[in-house]
Design a protein around this ligand. Structure first.
Ligand SMILES: [Zn+2]
Ligand SMILES: [Zn+2]
Length: 241
């Protein structure tokens, strides 16, 4: 498996600037994660979480917290005490709470506007779907774009967070391209991040002669026989990204 790993993005900055708990989110974007945004693929939950955080950052909304997809599932389907107490704190400290939910392989989204006391639940397949409301919030049904395929629910929930009019959203295939661009735009500086393991590169590292990505010492000996002139595996198999 290690041979197949290529770190092409790291979004620590986005998470840390928004004050997120780093233990809840996976900031590394492997090539496979990135490719989950290709046509007719289902995107991974880590990608959905990174994208929603990028959208929060871009929109300059203040006091917004986003749960992880697993936390969303634990909160609504498992009644998790830990997540309930996180929500309780968020309801007193935040103005908006975004909760992506992934019970098995279908994403849905809960959105709480704390200031307006509104609770909105979006199920990409269905109109006016409701789930258990959060205490003292008004359960509000909204019209939204209905998912017409079987694989774009993750994209749809990112779009529903971004758009003001939820019925008028860009086609998901187009939006996936926008998401790819955003991921590359908001990634940390990768100059000293190893292409293969995501570790920090120090003096013993080398750079790929084609793409310039760094490869640290242990990955150099593992993948490239300690060679000093390197064309990285990624450039060898599919050209530069
Ligand atoms: Zn490495
Ligand atoms: Zn390369």
């Amino acid at each position: 498996m290690r041979d197949k790993q290529f770190i092409i993005g790291v979004c620590n900055n986005v998470f840390s600037k928004l004050g997120c708990d780093p233990s809840k989110f996976w900031p590394f974007l492997d090539l496979v994660d990135f490719q989950s945004l290709d046509e007719r693929k289902e995107i991974y939950n880590s990608v959905v979480e990174i994208c929603i955080h990028i959208l929060i950052w871009e929109s300059k909304r203040q006091n917004v917290v986003c749960f992880s997809c697993v936390e969303g599932h634990q909160l609504f389907d498992k009644n998790s005490l830990e997540c309930k107490s996180k929500l309780k704190i968020a309801l007193t400290e935040c103005s908006q709470i975004i909760i992506p939910i992934l019970p098995s392989n279908h994403f849905t989204l809960a959105f709480i506007n704390v200031v307006e006391k509104q609770f909105i639940y979006i199920h990409p397949f269905r109109e006016n779907e409701k789930i258990r409301c959060i205490r003292r919030q008004h359960n509000l049904a909204v019209d939204h774009y209905i998912q017409v395929d079987t694989f774009n629910c993750g994209v749809n929930i990112c779009q529903s967070f971004q758009s003001a009019d939820l019925t008028e959203v860009e086609g998901p295939s187009e939006y996936k391209k926008t998401m790819k661009q955003k991921l590359m735009e908001f990634t940390d500086n990768l100059e000293n991040i190893c292409l293969h393991c995501g570790g920090v590169c120090n003096d013993g590292s080398v750079r790929c002669g084609d793409c310039g990505r760094s490869i640290n010492n242990s990955c150099r000996s593992y993948h490239y026989n300690n060679s000093n002139e390197i064309r990285c595996v990624l450039c060898q198999i599919r050209g530069n990204i």
